[in-house]
Ligand binder design. Structure first.
Ligand code: GLU
Length: 440
């Protein structure tokens, strides 16, 4: 296989971006943009697959085109029944609405009809009950890949391949080409691992006299070790990520940046904004590296942008055991401090259960007096603050030490939402009780 960058590539891409809103001449460019996400229902798709779906979606919607979901269920041995639902759920969770839905298993007649055409042209022959495509040797098969430029194969390395299996179902190659043509797909987005299948597809296009679509082979997402992304490193499903407290907006934003980048250095993009900005010429040729910290960062950014009420709702839903009224009061205090909804208990569980106190920095006698003092404070953050500051000054205690000590005892952890507000929410009685218990 030889891959060279086509100097004409940038021109091709320019033409593409022109096609929006303005009809260009020529048979190819006047075609409506239609793309398909074509998963095989052999399991729950992981985020690498969903990134392919996202790029399909963004391109289609950017071009006012159609996004098809095509279930490639022709390999009967590998079907896992619930995968279709999981595929749809993954897309729905991210807001990737498809315009049309097809299932290859319902199209067997169409493949059979196309087999007959090839038989008529003497381009297919039977072999053990299956049907093979006759590969003409000595041919050069090449295409101008949107990501990789010119890619070339010789047909000499391709053996006659099966197009219809003995069970009557088509193989991936055959069904994919017949469908891409029949469904008028203009651009095929798929993982790089399919590059070596494309020459076979081109042979089928040629056999029927059809014009192939544009191919956009996306480099795979790699782990930090530059190897195939493992489950442990992040190759999980969208459904799992959402269960782990990641927001759909953050997942979309993160996935878009795995292999694509905008013109400027802006990083926060909603699905709508990505749709507006997306362009083929900004898809990267190099494999993107999965970086969980980056996903966490996107998540914290999107958490901040959520309306407070919505964040409250999410926390309440994730932690039904917590008093929803208190969750509501805590939400504004933690919104900028969490990177994930699931961080809430780490920061806030001391509001709902008595923690094991950490050590005090100041002497117990001092804490005892602080507790006494609190009795007469009118209990709001401002007054609590004044009381602690006055106390520190009059008793010649370091204010910082005092604050650290109160936090260590009342919250049992070194990091909390802002202390005065936290004490207000915790309540006067509970605060005093925790201090007193510690000094007793
Ligand atoms: N069914 C193939 C897959 O599971 C689709 C490849 C393609 O998009 O052509 O990835």
């Amino acid at each position: 296989m030889s891959k060279v960058i086509d100097p004409k590539r940038s021109r091709v891409i320019e033409t593409l971006s022109l096609s929006k809103g303005r009809r260009t001449t020529g048979p190819e460019r006047s075609r409506r943009i239609r793309v398909r996400y074509a998963p095989s229902p052999t399991g729950i798709p992981h985020i690498g697959n969903i990134r392919t779906a996202l790029f399909n979606y963004l391109f289609a919607k950017n071009q006012n085109g159609d996004f098809l979901l095509r279930i490639e269920d022709t390999d009967q041995n590998r079907l896992i029944p619930e995968s279709v639902e999981k595929i749809k759920e993954s897309l729905e969770l991210l807001g990737l609405k498809w315009d049309e839905e097809e299932h290859q298993s319902k199209r067997l007649e169409i493949y059979k009809k196309h087999l007959d055409i090839l038989k008529g042209k003497d381009l297919a022959y039977e072999d053990d009950g299956a049907w093979r495509f006759k590969v003409e040797k000595g041919k050069t098969l090449q295409w101008d890949d949107v990501v990789h430029g010119q890619v070339k194969f010789s047909s000499d390395v391709i053996e006659d391949f099966i197009i219809i299996k003995s069970d009557g179902f088509p193989t991936y190659h055959f069904a994919s080409v017949v469908d891409d043509h029949d469904m008028q797909i203009s651009h095929v987005f798929r993982g790089d691992e399919w590059i070596s299948s494309t020459p076979k597809h081109l042979l089928i296009y040629q056999a029927f006299g059809w014009e192939p679509p544009k191919f956009v082979h996306l480099p795979p997402i790699l782990g930090a070790d530059h190897k195939k992304l493992s489950k442990r490193e992040g190759a999980k499903s969208v459904i799992e990520y959402i269960e782990e407290g990641y927001l759909p907006e953050a997942i979309v934003n993160f996935l878009a940046f795995l292999g694509w980048s905008p013109k400027d250095d802006r990083e926060i993009f909603s699905l709508e904004e990505l749709t507006r900005e997306f362009s083929l010429d900004r898809i990267n040729k190099n494999s993107p590296i999965f970086n969980l910290e980056k996903l966490n960062w996107f998540n914290s950014q999107w958490l901040r942008r959520l309306p407070q009420k919505e964040l409250s709702k999410k926390i309440k839903k994730a932690f039904p055991r917590y008093d929803p009224k208190i969750v509501g009061k805590l939400t504004p205090l933690i919104q900028k401090r969490i990177t994930n909804v699931n961080d809430f208990p780490k920061l806030c569980n001391f509001f709902f259960e008595v923690p094991k106190p950490l050590d005090s920095v100041v002497e117990k006698g001092v804490l005892s007096k602080v507790a006494e003092n609190f009795v007469k404070v009118s209990w709001n953050a401002e007054e609590i603050k004044n009381s602690i500051e006055d106390f520190a000054q009059s008793q010649k205690v370091d204010k910082k030490d005092l604050i650290v000590s109160i936090r260590n005892i009342v919250a049992g952890r070194p990091v909390t939402p802002p202390l005065y507000e936290s004490l207000e929410i915790l309540g006067k009685d509970e605060t005093i009780a925790r201090l007193k218990k510690y000094v007793s």
